[in-house]
Design a protein around this ligand. Structure first.
Ligand code: NI
Length: 181
């Protein structure tokens, strides 16, 4: 159980394309302990999700999910998921804009257009297939986390930069100790 340091925007590794994880490596001690570190680090930071590059490992692994999230108190729960080598397919052309934050961009929020409904598939921590069709915040979180695997952070997706600012200004009702990682 290790809470790892989260890289912040500006670190070159966050712009890299992450490597696929060979299926035979998923059950290895190295991969399993990386997954545990991702979960521990995400929980310690109250994150909705976390991608391996954010803790300095350029591999295609993301974790996400929560019952109740202090950073996003109005959102519905998302099942805790470990997703390896993910592929996303939009289910319709419609994009919706909504607020996002990122543990690698602390203290800020921006309004980001994302596909409203997607299918995602990949492998779980046991090397078994995950294949889901989701919408809304669940779809948004998956698109955000998978962007980390192709070297994209959410500010690069913002279309209207007037919709980008400090969390304490945009959302004064949120408790700073919950969101100011
Ligand atoms: Ni992020």
């Amino acid at each position: 159980m290790t809470v790892r340091n989260i890289l912040k925007m500006g670190e070159p590794l966050l712009w890299e394309i992450a490597q696929r994880v060979p299926q035979e490596d998923i059950l290895s001690l190295a991969t399993q302990s990386l997954i545990q570190d991702l979960l521990d680090t995400m929980r310690a930071a109250n994150g909705a999700g976390l991608a391996a590059p954010q803790i300095g490992i350029s591999q295609q692994i993301v974790v996400f999910g929560f019952e109740k999230n202090q950073r996003y108190p109005d959102e519905l729960p998302i099942p805790q998921t470990i997703l390896i080598n993910p592929v996303i397919t939009p289910m319709e052309d419609i994009k919706e804009s909504s607020w996002e934050g990122c543990l690698s961009v602390p203290g800020l929020r921006g309004k980001v257009p994302r596909y409203r409904k997607i299918r995602y598939h990949g492998l779980n921590q046991n090397g078994e297939s995950i294949d889901r069709i989701v919408e809304g915040f669940h779809a948004r979180v998956v698109q955000h986390e998978c962007d980390h695997l192709i070297g994209k952070l959410y500010p690069m997706r913002i279309e209207d930069l007037t919709q980008f600012g400090f969390t304490e200004v945009l959302f004064p009702e949120l408790n700073p100790s919950d969101v100011d990682e």
